[in-house]
Design a protein around this ligand. Structure first.
Ligand code: OOB
Length: 533
C-alpha cells in the first residue's frame, strides 16, 4: 500500500527524513546497548529496555500464534499503564495495526472503531477512573458484526487476560514489516459525523519523533512525564514517550493528570519535561504557587510543553515562573504537521506564537477562501504538506476530496497568521469543532445524536468561550412544535446514553425558536456563538 505518492516518498528518503527504521526498533537498539536502563516507570513498576523489548517480542509472537496477520487491525484502549507500550510495540512488530482509542471513549466510539476497522481484537483495562471497560467491551461485542476478541489488562472478568497473548520467552516475532506500510491508525479530532482514522507509517511517524526529540534536546538523561492520555499524538510523539524512548530516556506514566499526582511524580521521579494542554498547565501552576516553598520539589523540571489548544499570552507568562522551568508552545495535529517554539527563540516569540514547523520541508500555505496565498501577517486557512503529513484519511475517499487539495495539501481547518520569522499564530478555526481544552468535539457528531431525540426538531452545537477550558460546547435546540420542553439534563443524559464519550456531552443546552442564518440560508454558527452569554 502506498500511503504517499512514490515520488514524494523517494524525496523524503533521499533527504534522509525517512530512514527505513521501524518504530519499535528504537527499543531493540537501547535493549542491546543499555539493557538495564529503565524505559518505563508505572507506579511502583520499572521496566528496563531489555524487559520492554522482550515483552514486545513475546506479544508480537503471541499475536501471530493467535492468528493475527500483518495488516489486521486491533483497537487499543489502554490508559497510562506500562502495558500500553507492550501492546503498541508488540503489535507494530507483528505488523498488526492498532487503532489508538482514548480511555474516555465509550460504546459509540469503540463500536464504530471496531466495526469500521474490522478489528480482530480489543485491548482494555479492567477498570479506569471508576468505569468498567469490560462491560463496555461486552456491549461493543454485542453490537459489532464481527466481534473482536477482548484482552484485558488487570482482572479479565469474562475475557482473556493480556498474559494469554504472551508467547513463551524466546519466541520470535513474525517477519519484519515494511517501514512504508500502515503502522497504526491515529484518531482525528474530527469535524464530521463520524470520527476519521489517520493512517501513519513507520517512516513518517519516526521522522516526526526523531526530529522532535532533537528540537526538544532530549538525551538518555531525559525523564518524560506522560500525563495526557498516552495514545494521543502530542504525548505519543511530540516528542512525548516515543521521542524519549528514541533518545534512550525514561518515561514516567501518570495515572491521572491532577496537580496532586503530577507534581508529586515530578518531584519523586526527577522529571525533566512534560507536555500538557493549557487548562492543565494552569491548574499545575496554581497548585505550585499555592504550595509555595513547602510544596513538591520541581527543580528537576526543565521544560513545560503546552499545546492542543490556544494558550493565551497572559497564561503563557505565568507558567514558567510558577513551575520554575522553560515554556515551549506546541501546535500540532494527528494528521501530521507539528510546530514548536525553539530553545533559541526570544521570550516574546515563545509567549505569543505557537511555533514553527519541525521540518525545512514542511510546506505551509496560508490562503483565503479561494485557496489564494496570503501575505505574511494576514490570517487565513492553514494548508500543509510534507514528510510526515498524511495524504488522506483511511478509507474515506469522499471526505478526502474535501479535506485535501488536489495536490495533496491537508486543509487543517485552522486559521493562522505567519510572522516574518516563519512562526505561526493560531487565530481561530474554520472547522465545525469545539476545542474543549484540547479535547476535540465534532459538532456534527453530537448534533446527529440529538436529532434522534423525539422532542428535537433541529440542533446546532457551537463553542462558547470558557475561562478555564478556553471553550465549552453549547447545544442550541429548536423543539418540535407539539413537544414538551425537556430539561437540559435530560438532553445531556440522552447524549451520554447514546454511548458518546463524556467530553462530547454538551456543557450547555439553550432552547431557541430559530437559528440565525447566513446569506445563503445555512445556519450561521458564527452568529449563534455571538449570541451566547
Ligand atoms: C493536537 O492534535 P489533535 O489532532 O488532537 O488536534 C489538532 C488541532 C489543530 O488542528 C488545532 O485546531 C488544535 O488542535 N491545536 C491548537 C494547538 N495545538 C493544537 N490550537 C491552538 N494552539 C495550539 N497550540 O492537538 C496536537 C498534536 C500534536 C502535538 C500537539 C497537539
Amino acid at each position: 500500500m502506498n500511503l504517499y505518492p512514490p515520488e514524494a516518498a523517494a524525496r523524503h528518503r533521499a533527504a534522509g527524513y525517512w530512514t527505513g527504521e521501524l518504530l519499535d526498533e528504537m527499543v531493540r537498539r537501547h535493549a542491546a546497548a543499555t539493557p538495564g536502563r529503565i524505559a518505563v516507570t508505572d507506579r511502583e513498576r520499572q521496566w528496563s529496555y531489555a524487559e520492554l523489548d522482550a515483552r514486545a517480542d513475546r506479544l508480537a509472537a503471541g499475536m501471530a500464534a493467535r492468528g493475527l496477520r500483518r495488516g489486521d487491525r486491533v483497537v487499543l484502549q489502554l490508559p497510562n499503564v506500562a502495558e500500553f507500550f507492550e501492546v503498541f510495540f508488540g503489535a507494530l512488530r507483528a505488523g498488526v495495526v492498532p487503532v489508538m482509542a482514548l480511555p474516555a471513549h465509550r460504546r459509540a466510539e469503540i463500536a464504530y472503531f471496531c466495526a469500521f476497522a474490522e478489528a480482530r481484537a480489543l485491548f482494555v483495562p479492567d477498570r479506569h477512573e471508576g468505569f468498567d471497560h469490560r462491560e463496555l467491551a461486552a456491549e461493543v461485542r454485542a453490537t459489532v458484526p464481527q466481534p473482536p476478541e477482548v484482552f484485558v489488562v488487570g482482572d479479565p472478568g469474562p475475557f482473556a487476560p493480556l498474559a494469554e497473548l504472551r508467547a513463551p520467552a524466546g519466541a520470535l516475532p513474525p517477519g519484519r514489516p515494511d517501514p512504508g506500510d500502515l503502522a497504526f491508525l491515529q484518531l482525528s479530532g474530527g469535524s464530521t459525523g463520524l470520527p476519521k482514522l489517520i493512517p501513519r507509517c513507520h517512516d513518517d511517524y519516526l521522522y516526526s519523533v526523531r526530529a522532535s526529540a532533537e528540537i526538544c534536546e532530549l538525551t538518555a538523561d531525559s525523564v518524560y512525564l506522560c500525563a495526557l492520555p498516552a495514545a494521543h499524538n502530542f504525548p505519543l510523539s511530540s516528542p512525548g514517550t516515543l521521542g524519549t524512548f528514541f533518545a534512550g530516556g525514561r518515561v514516567v506514566l501518570a495515572p491521572d493528570p491532577s496537580p496532586a499526582t503530577a507534581l508529586a511524580l515530578i518531584a519523586r521521579e526527577r522529571v525533566t519535561l512534560t507536555g500538557v494542554v493549557p487548562p492543565l498547565a494552569l491548574a499545575w501552576a496554581a497548585a505550585a504557587e499555592a504550595a509555595g516553598d513547602g510544596g513538591p520539589d520541581l527543580s528537576s523540571l526543565e521544560l513545560l510543553q503546552v499545546g492542543g489548544a490556544k494558550l493565551s499570552e497572559e497564561a503563557a507568562r505565568r507558567l514558567g515562573p510558577a513551575l520554575g522551568c522553560r515554556l515551549q508552545q506546541v501546535f500540532g495535529m494527528a494528521e501530521g504537521l507539528v510546530n514548536y517554539t525553539r530553545p533559541e527563540d526570544d521570550e516574546h516569540t515563545v509567549l505569543t506564537t505557537q511555533g514553527r514547523p519541525i521540518s525545512p520541508d514542511d510546506e505551509v500555505r496560508v490562503v483565503d477562501d479561494h485557496d489564494r496565498d496570503l501575505p505574511d501577517g494576514t490570517p487565513g486557512h492553514l494548508l500543509t504538506r510534507g514528510p510526515y503529513t498524511v495524504r488522506g484519511y483511511w478509507r474515506a475517499p469522499e471526505h478526502n476530496a474535501r479535506a485535501f487539495t488536489a495536490d495533496g495539501f491537508y486543509r487543517t481547518g485552522d486559521i493562522v497568521r505567519r510572522t516574518a520569522t516563519g512562526h505561526l499564530v493560531v487565530e481561530g478555526r474554520a472547522k465545525d469543532q469545539i476545542n474543549r481544552g484540547g479535547e476535540k468535539v465534532a459538532a456534527e457528531e453530537v448534533e446527529n445524536v440529538l436529532l434522534a431525540h423525539p422532542a428535537v426538531h433541529d440542533v446546532s452545537v457551537v463553542a462558547v468561550p470558557d475561562e478555564f477550558l478556553g471553550e465549552r460546547s453549547c447545544a442550541y435546540v429548536i423543539l418540535r412544535p407539539d413537544a414538551d420542553r425537556p430539561r437540559p439534563v435530560e438532553l445531556k443524559a440522552f447524549v451520554r446514553a447514546a454511548g458518546l464519550a463524556g467530553f462530547k456531552v454538551p456543557d450547555r443546552v439553550e432552547f431557541v425558536d430559530a437559528f440565525p442564518s447566513t446569506g445563503i440560508g445555512k445556519v450561521s454558527k458564527k452568529d449563534l456563538r455571538a449570541s451566547a452569554n
